[in-house]
Design a protein around this ligand. Structure first.
Ligand code: SF4
Ligand code: SF4
Length: 308
């Protein structure tokens, strides 16, 4: 099985639109599994017309940790007189997750702010703080109207640990891929270059980077390609909204040519893409005339992968 990850440095560049159409087209002649690894803002299933209630199942995921104070230990401050004054844990927490309850003379943790970094464990002189596992996300498995399975994750509000959530999503998708002997796993990564993106990209056979002809998107693209280079994963690029800035579109094409980055295709700026999103349909399904655009991108991608 080959894994193709689609990502963009900038949010809103058209990642999910491209992923949905490529997935639908690949599934016409192959067995595939789609994975939405943007656990902070998952929308691939919706773009494929599948809403939350239509998933076969949702399971809770406990990949997050929060600090928890044992007040019995902490209140034995007679063993740690300095702490009453210094309040080490308060000073340690860079996220202001620990506050001091003046009435009861105890520290309190705001779970919403605690990132589970564990720093307060180290500085607490009485070893009163420990980490507890918390349910921070849910993972859904469903079948799209186009016949292929989809795995999607949803981080709970205020929770962190999306990198670990992505690892779990990929592992679950790999189990399904094994069962159906999938030819491809198609991953819709989060935007940016952070932890969930790194977790999405790691182990991929090929990365499709989506950008648009704007300075902001280009700067984000350059950061994203540094990340891909770091992991030494072959990649190609797709210019979305080609034509919103023709001069810049041509400059981008030159840049990719000069830097030997394969240009897999260009998606024109067209309001029918917005209409497809509104109607919860992949662009190739909503407007069959778009098939040429996505066929070119898919074939170029498969051609580049064959060279690996
Ligand atoms: S684990 Fe980190 S974020 Fe949470 S309370 Fe301790 S220092 Fe603050
Ligand atoms: S550092 Fe430890 S002993 Fe001191 S106030 Fe915080 S939890 Fe209590």
């Amino acid at each position: 099985m080959k894994t193709i990850t689609i990502l963009s440095g900038k949010g809103g560049a058209g990642k999910s639109t491209l992923t949905a159409s490529i997935a639908v087209m690949l599934a016409e002649n192959n067995k595939i599994v789609a994975v939405d690894c943007d656990a902070d803002a998952p929308n691939l299933a919706l773009v494929l017309g599948l809403n939350e209630e239509e998933f076969d199942r949702w399971e809770p995921l406990n990949t997050g940790q929060k600090a928890q104070i044992s007040l019995n230990k902490c209140q034995s401050l007679k063993f740690c007189p300095k702490c009453q004054v210094n309040k080490y844990c308060l000073d340690t927490c860079n996220y202001s997750a620990i506050t001091w309850n003046m009435h009861e003379e105890i520290p309190e943790i705001n779970e919403m702010l605690c990132t589970g970094c564990g720093a307060c464990l180290i500085t607490c002189p009485t070893k009163s703080i420990e980490m507890k596992e918390v349910e921070n996300a849910s993972i859904g498995v469903g079948k799209t109207h186009y016949g292929f399975p989809i795995v999607s994750g949803q981080l709970k509000v205020g929770e962190s640990g999306s990198g670990k959530v992505v690892n779990t999503l990929k592992a679950r998708a790999a189990e399904i891929a094994d069962k159906i002997s999938a030819d491809y796993m198609v991953i819709d990564a989060a935007a940016g270059i952070g932890c969930p993106v790194i977790a999405s990209v790691r182990g991929s056979d090929y990365v499709i980077l989506v950008t648009e002809p704007t300075t902001v998107a280009f700067l984000d693209f350059k950061r994203a390609i540094e990340l891909i280079d770091h992991f030494n994963i072959p990649c190609g690029v797709v210019i979305n909204k080609w034509g919103i800035n023709r001069d810049f579109s041509y400059q981008l094409q030159n840049y990719f040519q000069n830097n030997q980055i394969p240009l897999l295709g260009m998606i024109p700026y067209d309001m029918r893409f917005v209409e497809a999103l509104i109607n919860l349909k992949p662009a190739v399904v909503y407007e069959p005339n778009f098939r040429n655009v996505f066929t070119e991108i898919m074939n170029n991608c498969l051609f580049e992968m064959d060279k690996i």
